[in-house]
Design a binder for this molecule. Structure first.
Ligand code: ATP
Ligand code: MG
Length: 158
């Protein structure tokens, strides 16, 4: 299905912004142009839902979650950043493994199975993108993923 990414992404962010119970501020930096992506909307919604729920789970009161989208060389680069506890450097790559959870104690308290990001990775790869994380322990985490967008070859004549 061909989807305009801003509309799609904003709708998901809106749903979280309306239902969140924490004092967490959302900041959006989305492009002013339209970008069309060929996606399975249900699957990509699941990916983004998991990333945002993780960001909220680990956000401190009064924290900020930032949503950023850039277009570069045929790909959209999507970033979702939080100001949570972060992930120790040696564990950052493992968070995409099945059932991996950074520390059992904190994860048990937070609930979940440790499958969310493994599934997200599978789905992003299936969409022709890549996904990775950068984190500063104690400062926050950013999840990045890319998606190929459709070349806009119409509308160039006017
Ligand atoms: P599930 O998503 O299946 O409910 P989960 O959230 O624990 O469970 P993942 O979404 O796969 O599983 O995340 C794996 C682990 O990575 C988490 O348990 C947590 O330890 C760590 N993690 C993920 N996102 C963040 C984040 N934004 N800040 C800090 N740690 C994170
Ligand atoms: Mg999760």
């Amino acid at each position: 299905e061909m989807v305009e990414f801003n509309v799609f992404f904003n709708r998901i962010i809106d749903r979280f912004e309306m239902s969140k119970s924490q004092d967490v501020h959302f900041e959006r930096q989305l492009p002013s142009e339209s970008y069309f992506v060929e996606i399975d909307p249900d699957k990509l919604t699941q990916v983004i839902d998991n990333i945002i729920s993780n960001a909220l789970k680990y956000s401190p009161e009064g924290g900020k979650v930032r949503f950023k989208v850039n277009a570069q060389e045929g790909f959209l680069l999507v970033q979702i950043s939080d100001q949570g506890m972060g992930i120790p450097k040696e564990n950052v790559e493992k968070i995409f493994d099945r059932f991996y959870r950074v520390d059992r104690a904190r994860s048990r308290a937070m609930g979940g199975t440790g499958l969310g990001l493994a599934i997200s990775k599978e789905m992003i790869l299936a969409h022709g993108g890549v996904i990775w994380a950068e984190s500063k322990y104690g400062k926050g985490t950013t999840i990045f993923f890319t998606l190929p967008f459709e070349a806009d070859d119409g509308g160039e004549w006017e």
